[in-house]
Design a protein around this ligand. Structure first.
Ligand code: NAP
Length: 260
């Protein structure tokens, strides 16, 4: 028996990157991973691989900026599986990399629409089903930049700070319902999001992506950036019964980045 046998887990943004790793690890522990995102081919590929390894998963198309679709998806999942136990608010975008005064309102709002309002709406529509399922878990994927600042991608860092406090608010609001809510704060993790940021920086500075990655590695006292599974195992801990006394907390998984 896995830690999460037959628990239904919705992971936003799980077509690739950190979310994909979360979907795989939770399914390995017996959960039914609901893989979501906008790119159907990627989502179906992840689901196919989970199933071929003996796990349970299903892909549902989801853009977290589409409130109607979020409401519909929660209902579809509950109607089919008769429970929702876990929501991982993982979908996120970095947004343009330029100083605050150069941001347009539209650019700022797009990052907040996905990272903040998207997470709010998923929580909003999942909570009634979590309650009907007798409680459960919500994770907000924040960042080290929900805790400390950095002189780049300003809307992203501000959105991740919002995610950190959203977890604490919901932890307090839903503790009596048996719903635990926590945030996770990854350091740099090698995913398409970081690779794309480095490609942009490479185009702007003329430095190689490999050289820029080495610079990122050096920012982490442990000597290198992380991999998606480093974060997925943190999610597994927080949503498992071993963490039954943990709510409103911040799990930092950053190779020591914020320690110095
Ligand atoms: P990624 O590689 O870019 O993957 C992002 C995921 O979000 C994809 O599955 C993407 O799927 C989905 N997504 C993007 N916009 C969406 C939308 N509007 N609606 C639904 N899904 C959407 O990013 P990642 O690095 O894995 O990051 C995942 C989370 O971890 C983010 O919240 C990020 O802020 C956080 N994080 C990452 C790092 C890092 O170093 N990588 C560090 C700290 C925190 P589709 O394109 O199919 O929609």
């Amino acid at each position: 028996m896995g830690h999460l046998e037959n628990k239904v887990a919705i992971i936003t943004g799980s077509t690739y990157g950190i979310g994909e790793a979360i979907a795989r690890i939770l399914a390995k522990e017996g959960a039914i991973s609901i893989v979501t995102g906008r790119t159907q081919d990627e989502g179906k590929k992840v689901v196919g691989e989970i199933i071929s390894e003996g796990g349970k998963a299903e892909y549902f198309r989801l853009d977290v900026t589409d409130e109607k679709r979020i409401e519909e998806l929660m209902k579809q999942v509950y109607d089919k599986y008769r429970r929702i136990d876990i929501l991982v608010n993982n979908a996120g975008v970095a947004g343009p990399n330029k100083p605050t005064h150069e941001y347009t309102k539209r650019e700022w709002e797009w990052v907040f629409d996905v990272n903040v309002t998207g997470a709010f709406l998923c929580t909003k529509y999942a909570v009634p089903y979590l309650k009907m399922s007798g409680g459960g878990n919500i994770i907000y994927m924040s960042s080290i930049y929900g805790i400390i600042g950095a002189p780049d991608i300003p809307a992203y860092h501000a959105s991740k700070a919002a995610n950190r406090v959203m977890a604490k608010i919901d932890a307090l609001l839903y503790a009596k319902d048996g719903i635990r809510v926590n945030s996770i704060h990854p350091g740099f993790i090698w995913t398409p999001l970081v690779e794309n940021l480095l490609k942009e920086q490479s185009a702007a500075t003329g430095k190689s992506v490999e050289g820029l990655k080495n610079e990122l590695d050096a920012l982490h006292p442990i000597g290198h950036i992380g991999e998606p599974n480093d974060i997925a195992y943190g999610v597994l801990y927080l949503v498992s019964d071993e963490a039954k006394f943990v709510t409103g907390s911040e799990l930092i998984i950053d190779g020591g980045y914020t320690t110095t």
